[in-house]
Design a protein around this ligand. Structure first.
Ligand code: ZN
Length: 358
């Protein structure tokens, strides 16, 4: 047992020093990609084999020889290492997933949030009031989305925070009257959370003019309200109309609990790949790597979490990667929804069609 712990300690140090050397953008193929994949798979094997996790997982191999774990098999995982934080996914399918992090791995999430947001122009030193279109973490504890929203407060000093969901209820009246009060003071605000709730907010409020340093940051997808999903174009137009906020201050963050690293959009609304992970897009049938622009399953590789065997995860979200974002930060991806959920896919495709036209 002592020998096993030693090898994990060694790799923890290796991951830490490697992570510090990485640069977030631009995201082209670099030599560090190869090192990142190698380190990730090495760690995956250590965690799986040395702790006997093979019983919990099936590890599959891609045609190009990379072992990976299906995102759904992580539902049955129990931690074998000491952990500091456990989060559950809010899940659209009913079955909850948990993921676990030690302090070092959590520090690396914070590092990625700060570094990537900084490079995308989302970090400010001006004190800000937060309006969270989601849960108060004091009430829901280990819910992944609540933790992520809270974690985004490191991007600007917090004056005050308000949460829309209290005691499992949407408290619109209180939330909106606090919003009017804060806006009248002229301080910057950050509106963070589920897009469906932000949309409902935009419909409910009177037009105001936010401090130009304000930021709107959606995340977590439309969940059960996917049939109400509006296009990105409609959303941006509504933000301009009701809040006086320009496109460049409207951002989104993509992520999933079983992976944990965030992917923010730039000023052009494109979700960027960054240097702290490697994303492969794979064919649904053959699992071969697809070219730019071809939608497939998202396979994400990163060595940052040294607590759970999530270093190489095949997610069931359909994505496509595109080169050369006009912002100059390299590759970006679009999300077409979840494989097998035609409705959501159609909706996302509608967003793309509209974006092409505008
Ligand atoms: Zn961009």
């Amino acid at each position: 047992m002592k020998k096993k712990m030693q090898s994990l300690d060694v790799i923890e140090k290796e991951v830490a020093s490697f992570f510090k050397r990485l640069k977030p953008y631009p995201r082209f193929y670099t030599e560090s990609d190869e090192e990142l994949v190698k380190l990730s798979l090495n760690l995956l094997n250590i965690l799986k084999l040395e702790f006997g996790l093979a019983n919990y997982f099936d590890t599959f191999i891609t045609p190009d020889g990379l072992p990976f774990v299906f995102v759904t098999s992580l539902k049955w995982y129990m931690p074998h290492r000491e952990y500091y934080l456990r989060l559950t996914s809010s899940g659209t399918s009913g079955q909850k997933t948990e993921n676990y992090w030690n302090r070092e791995s959590l520090y690396r999430i914070d590092f990625v949030v700060r570094k990537t947001a900084e490079e995308l122009g989302m970090v400010s030193s001006t004190p800000t009031v937060y309006f969270i279109f989601g849960y108060d973490p004091k009430e829901v504890g280990d819910l992944g989305t609540a933790w992520s929203d809270e974690n985004l407060k490191q991007l600007a000093p917090e004056l005050e925070s308000f949460y829309l969901i209290r005691n499992d209820k949407l408290c619109w009246d209180e939330f909106i009257s606090e919003f009017y009060r804060v806006v009248a003071d002229g301080v910057p605000v950050r509106l963070i959370g589920f897009p469906a709730l932000l949309w409902e907010f935009l419909v409910r409020i009177e037009s105001v003019s936010l401090n130009p340093e304000s930021l709107i940051l959606t995340g977590g997808g439309w969940k059960k309200r996917e049939s109400e999903a509006v296009t990105e174009f409609e959303f941006v137009e509504k933000c301009k109309e009701k809040l006086g906020v320009e496109r460049v201050r409207i951002r989104d963050v993509y992520g999933f609990t079983e992976h944990g690293l965030p992917y923010f959009t730039c000023e052009y609304g494109n979700h960027h790949l960054h240097g702290y992970s490697k994303i492969f897009v794979r064919d649904l049938q053959t699992l071969k790597v697809l070219d730019y622009g071809q939608p497939g399953l998202m396979h994400v590789v990163s060595p940052y979490n040294t607590t759970t065997p999530t270093q190489s995860v095949l997610n069931n979200d359909l994505v496509a990667v595109y080169p050369n974002c006009p912002c100059g930060r390299g590759d970006y991806f679009k999300i077409f929804g979840r494989a097998g959920k035609v409705k959501l896919k159609m909706c996302a495709l509608k967003v793309d069609e509209l974006l092409e036209k505008n």
